[in-house]
Design a protein around this ligand. Sequence first.
Ligand code: FES
Ligand code: FES
Length: 152
Amino acid sequence: MRISLTVNGSVVSTEVTPQVLLVDLLRETCGLTGAKVGCGTGQCGSCVVRVGDRSVKSCQMLAVQADGTEVTTVEGVANGSLTALQEALWEEHGAQCGFCTPGMTMSLLDLLEHESAPDEEAIRAWLAGNMCRCTGYNAVVRAVQTAVKGTT
Ligand code: FES
Ligand code: FES
């Protein structure tokens, strides 16, 4: 099937078989390896990207379902300079490993776009779909709070 979508502002038009996942299209066809396949079963959140104005787990979406949409990966977020969230993740040591951080970043940008001042409980609840298997969540939560306060 031929599909056409916009990825980080560039039109991508390509042939895919129906079973190709969005995450594989992004990584293998587009060469955007920020989204990772941590589990492939919708549990870990390392594959989160934005489709339209919402974050999605791209291992749970077929590439053909993204036909005609605008997709943003972590590579397309910083436009010349880091976002306030990314700055805060850096400042608060919330930029963890390469597996969880891209997905957490994309999820949290979605949270902050739809809720301007989430409290700690809301931040932790939102992160339920993003797993860290090692370091934890305290620094990430602190970073979101810092970004919300605008103190970066
Ligand atoms: S790889 Fe998609 S949720 Fe884990
Ligand atoms: S999974 Fe990335 S720091 Fe734990």
